[in-house]
Design a protein. Structure first.
Length: 182
């Protein structure tokens, strides 16, 4: 498909064509009135807006079940995220290799962030350790943090952070199932 209309886009992602046009217009001029959007051009523009045209170096701190699952997520690379380091404080995990990346001890964290030019830190540690890890990431000048620990972390405004709260997702799912099936 070379061209797609706002009506077709809206149908596919279940929002109104007007909302599609409004959202895209907030980032610039896309598409041609009466024709639609050139798919390849729209895809490239959206990638540029989201920063997915760049190559971000990421690190995961905490390589338990969740951290290991994230390390094995193969779609990161398709989105422009390159996993370059893994860290843990568990001697049984240090030295293991996950997805071709060796797990290092926490004592090497700051040095690796600086030498590898890491942009984003992913926190998958227990709640009581998370703020200390975030502080170390901030001090090492990462640009962003993706937090999976079940706690709201404090970071300076110049460090962008996304908190993933798995309980919120499950609660939302519970709400929708309850209301759909009574």
């Amino acid at each position: 498909m070379k061209v797609i209309s706002s009506e077709e886009l809206g149908r596919r992602i279940e929002i109104t064509p007007e909302q599609i046009r409004k959202d895209l217009a907030s980032f610039g001029q896309f598409g041609k009135k009466g024709v639609g959007y050139y798919v390849a051009e729209l895809q490239q523009n959206i990638s540029n807006i989201l920063g997915l045209n760049r190559h971000w170096k990421i690190v995961i701190i905490g390589v338990g079940h969740l951290g290991a699952a994230l390390a094995n997520y193969h779609n990161f690379i398709n989105l422009g995220f390159n996993l370059v380091a893994l860290f843990d404080n568990n001697p049984a995990i240090i030295g293991k290799t996950i997805n071709n990346v060796q797990v290092l001890g926490m004592d090497k964290l700051e040095m690796a962030i600086k030498s590898l030019g890491i942009d984003i830190g992913i926190i998958a540690v227990p709640r009581l350790e998370a703020q200390k890890v975030a502080d170390r990431l901030v001090a090492s000048h990462v640009k962003g943090i993706w937090n999976f620990a079940p706690i709201r972390l404090r970071v300076p405004k110049h460090v962008h952070m996304v908190n993933e709260d798995l309980s919120v997702g499950l609660s939302s799912l519970s709400y929708h199932i309850t209301n759909a099936f009574g």
